[in-house]
Design a protein around this ligand. Structure first.
Ligand code: FEO
Length: 198
């Protein structure tokens, strides 16, 4: 059936052209190398979602429901990121291939260690996005460069919001009343996807 054979990096250029003409009516397709890397990033975004879902469950278990809410919104945001990659791969004539999602940790020592782990994770994701942007640049894939720009800005925002919460936690130290106040504040967070994305 048409479309079931994915493009591979090993295919010679002529075979890719034949494939394009046969299955995709000649539109400019994503390079196999980028298709593969974007599929990997889609998995990484789903892992991020899973990680924050696990952190939400941890906060529920220690009765910090505002913190749990913050992580649930983060969980939704990461699913949104994954779906952006899903849509883009398809729009560019690629094939989405889903793979197993790694198990996230389930226990942390304190809200501080959760947010420390969150910042470290987001820094890792920033590195992955920058790596993809470098690859798109090398391939002279302007559409992918433009697509990734949204993620570059998003990472700045993500790291900043986590860093701010870490700053608050640093001030709070072991003050339960102040922790309760922050919990109430984090309970206010809502998920608002950009309008064009629905
Ligand atoms: Fe999808 Fe938190 O970066």
């Amino acid at each position: 059936m048409p479309g079931l054979v994915p493009l591979s990096e090993e295919m010679p250029a002529w075979e890719i052209t034949v494939y394009k003409n046969k299955f995709n009516r000649g539109k400019t397709m994503i390079a196999p190398k980028i298709e593969k890397a974007f599929n990997k990033q889609l998995n990484a975004e789903l892992y991020s979602a899973y990680l924050y879902y696990s952190m939400a469950a941890y906060f529920e278990s220690i009765n910090l429901t505002g913190f749990a809410n913050w992580m649930m919104i983060q969980f939704q945001e990461e699913q949104f990121h994954a779906s952006k990659f899903y849509r883009y791969i398809n729009e560019r004539g690629g094939r989405v291939l889903l793979t197993a999602i790694e198990s996230p940790p389930t226990e942390w020592d304190s809200p501080w260690t959760v947010f420390e782990a969150t910042l470290a994770h987001e820094q890792k994701v920033t590195g992955l996005i920058n790596g993809l942007a470098d690859m798109a640049m090398e391939q002279k894939d302007h559409a992918s460069m433009s697509f990734l720009q949204w993620f570059v800005s998003e990472q700045v925002e993500e790291e900043n919001s986590v860093d701010m919460i870490l700053g608050h936690l640093k001030l709070i130290k072991d003050n339960p009343q102040a922790l309760f106040m922050l919990d109430k504040e984090l309970a206010q967070r809502v998920f608002t996807p950009p309008p064009a994305e629905g």
